[in-house]
Design a protein around this ligand. Sequence first.
Ligand code: NI
Length: 186
Amino acid sequence: MILPITQYGNPVLRVQCAPVEQVDDSLKQLVADMLETMYEANGIGLAAPQVGHNIRLVVIDIPEDEEEEDAEPEMATVNGEVKPIRDIMPLVFINPTIEPYGKQFLFTEGCLSVRNIRANVARPDHVKATLPQLDGSVLEVDCGGLLARCLQHECDHLNGYLFVDRVSSAAKITLKKKLKRLAEGY
Ligand code: NI
């Protein structure tokens, strides 16, 4: 089922989310619905507060680069083994811990909960992440690239942060009116 995506201005996006305590049928259904909702919206990541649930649950699916046929696949170290990130997609996890590291890297972000705004955000270019799975196993991921970016963006959602909070102060001034309009209309 496709769920409505909560929009900027909705207080549900500003909450420190609670850990997932139990993986039951209703949680599994929510995961299936979140994946369907994300694909329908052409997103690459979706966090539970974006569909109105203040719990620490995220889905991610980073597609392979279709434009450049001979592009190198994006790689990550997963439980000690280097592999293409496509091998762990779609990536579903609960109660993550992430440790960003490396150089600050400027990259343009957008968000399904912040319509029509894209902006440059500086974040470390690598992440070490512990990602508990629904089946009780754990993925230990060490990555750069789009996955590192996406993990930081999605985990921010679990703490009530949005990418527009992390833009430069100059960009904040530029975005102020647009954001005010979004907040009024959500
Ligand atoms: Ni987002």
